[in-house]
Design a protein around this ligand. Sequence first.
Ligand code: AMP
Ligand code: ZN
Ligand code: FE
Ligand code: FE
Length: 291
Amino acid sequence: MVDLHTHSTASDGTLTPEALVDLAVEKHLNAIALTDHDTLAGIPGACVRGNERGVEVVPGVELSAKWEGSGQMHILGYYVDCENDYLLERLQWLREHRQQRAQRIAARLKRLGVPISEHRIMEVAQGGSIGRPHIARVLVEAGHVASISEAFDRYLKDGGPAYVEKAQFRYGEVIKLIRLAGGVAVLAHPATLQLPRESLEASLKRLIRSGLQGIEAYGNHDAPAETSFYENIGRHYGLILTGGSDFHGANKLGTELGEYFANGLPDTDSLLEALSQRRPARTAGQGSSSS
Ligand code: AMP
Ligand code: ZN
Ligand code: FE
Ligand code: FE
């Protein structure tokens, strides 16, 4: 079993990268990808612990992308080079904007009569990439709402009264950024594009022309029937099919590490082999001893 979509305290998950690997051991997973939002900070710690505990850790990242639709488009980058200066610089820029956005959301909440401490948001984020789940937790702590999901429903959801858009790059730039850093670009949870099937196919074609290489066909957002649609369309266009839970620990209740509609997912070795084969040629040998 493999889970290629997870978040740690480096962004908006609640487990440290090390604790995430420990949980993977408990759950008998043989590989996980750490795909924090806009940061690679958790990867070294996860890799070290993965080596110690016998879990393969795929370095990853998740970026939100601007596009013409109204749903959310998130793109995963697997096997990116964690020392790529350009990628690191762009991610840092995104994180700085996340911080400014958190201040703007806090200002909106204040106007809505549910003030929270900006300082407390920073504390909860522990220096990681700040996201709405952190703000939701502070709203719970302050007693303004009973749960994280209530915080989203009443204030933070897309288009909600305290919602502020994130700074993000267009999808073509996101894919290019990932690939320039030696990574493989995969569309995360395709259901959040909120498109009917025919339009999803058209959007997917545009993404592929921009360099998309895979689709997260196996996930948590979809009914099993949706999974087979993503499998078919992904195969039709020669995309690699990946799977993951989008685990966030206590910040996203109802999602467990390694638990998602994985029926049909190939075995871990074949999947990771297929993924790494998509890496650009000049970095494909990185980290391996092949001549
Ligand atoms: P952000 O990147 O700051 O826009 O926050 C996005 C994160 O918030 C996603 O990774 C989701 O896990 C989480 N999220 C989005 N909508 C909801 C919701 N309705 N309830 C709980 N968590 C949510
Ligand atoms: Zn998240
Ligand atoms: Fe996502
Ligand atoms: Fe995610």
